[in-house]
Design a protein around this ligand. Structure first.
Ligand code: NDP
Length: 324
């Protein structure tokens, strides 16, 4: 038997229940992973509330790290005893142990510990594709990155600095502003105190930024378009405040032929080759110490309700993990 988090219906944190289930042997192409740490991500909230639908009853969680205990027929990517990590489907990472498609698993470098691995896979691979593929950034570019003191945000601050990109971050408190600055953000705006669009225009001398990375959604979308220079790209990659309202394409023309994209990690990691290339890039910057993964909240698996409550109440900073 193994302990997992189950939801029978969508709703608040109370719908998550810790239950015992029987874990069968790994099927063909699968590996059984004994998890040492589990990543908590805002996308888990979207699945729990039903904003992103999934079949019920179901599990939650899309990221973990641990040791391979058994492999099914035909598995070539990992072997028993390997230290591994993953980010992605199938949903169900909130568990002591689980069977995963081996094609999703990556063997960890010796110097990356389980806590770091569980915290960095989903958020780190996201920053990797956002900065290298969605908009291939180059030294000298200036970008706006919302929620700069969050899990994805702190990684983005450091990675932008590494690329020679000027990152303007937004945050919800002065403490978060200080944290984002320490992690490499060049300018930080507390959007609860200041109008971020006006400040971005001031900081860029009226020019606007090359790209906006907006994971807030509803509350910031239109203001973010106003921060872009002509031909700039709006990267709408999340909806922490709710889904973006429908808008007219003329909003893009009126602001100087803007581009808009709504990327998802899964689409960018759809092949093993893409996953391995992105992971090599992520493991490289983490192993070298150029990007530090700041695990600032740790919770027991049974305490997942508190973890979600704090994440949704904007009380967390950096990355959060569950310990089985
Ligand atoms: P964070 O740690 O960044 O937490 C979310 C943050 O969003 C909060 O701390 C808060 O920061 C800010 N926020 C603003 N408005 C709200 C609101 N109404 N309710 C709650 N939070 C709000 O989470 P993650 O690092 O896990 O994820 C960041 C975002 O990136 C999420 O939207 C997530 O869905 C998205 N994402 C998208 C991916 C993709 O491929 N498309 C992949 C990975 C993540 P503050 O107080 O500073 O405003």
């Amino acid at each position: 038997m193994t302990k997992v988090i189950r939801i029978n219906r969508v709703g608040g944190p109370e719908v998550m229940e810790l239950v015992d289930v029987e874990l069968g042997p790994p099927g063909p192409g699968e590996a059984q992973v004994r998890q040492h740490a589990i990543g908590i991500n805002f996308i888990d909230v979207y699945f729990r509330t039903g904003l992103y639908p999934q079949p019920l009853p179901g599990g939650l969680g899309m990221e973990g790290a641990g040791v391979v205990e058994a492999i099914g027929e035909g598995v070539t990517e990992v072997k028993v005893g390997d230290r591994v990590a993953y980010a992605g489907r199938p949903i169900g990472a909130y568990a002591e142990a689980r069977n995963m498609p081996a094609s999703q698993l990556l063997v960890l470098p010796d110097n990356v510990d389980f806590d770091t691995a569980a915290a960095m896979m989903l958020q780190g691979l996201t920053v990797q594709y956002l900065f290298h593929r969605t908009v291939p950034l180059k030294a000298g570019d200036t970008i706006l990155f919302h929620a700069a003191a969050g899990g994805v945000g702190l990684i983005a601050c450091q990675w932008a600095k590494l690329l020679g990109v000027t990152l303007i971050g937004t945050v919800g408190s002065d403490e978060k502003a200080e944290l984002a600055t320490r992690n490499g953000a060049h300018h930080v705006i507390n959007y609860n105190k200041e109008n971020f669009t006006t400040r971005v225009r001031e900081i860029t001398g009226g020019k606007g930024v090359t790209a906006v990375y907006d994971s807030i959604g509803k509350d910031t979308f239109i203001g973010s378009l106003d921060c872009l220079r002509p031909l700039g790209t709006m990267v709408s990659f999340g909806n922490a405040s709710g889904p973006v309202d429908p808008f007219s394409l003329s909003e893009l023309a009126n602001r100087g032929s803007l581009f808009v994209t709504r990327p998802s990690l899964m689409a960018y990691m759809s092949t093993r080759a893409e996953l391995e290339t992105a992971a090599k890039s992520l493991f490289g910057v983490v192993a070298s110490g150029e990007v530090k993964i700041d695990v600032r909240q740790r919770y027991a698996l049974a305490d997942v309700g508190r973890a979600h409550t704090e994440l949704e109440a904007r009380k967390t900073t950096g990355s959060s993990i569950l310990l089985p």
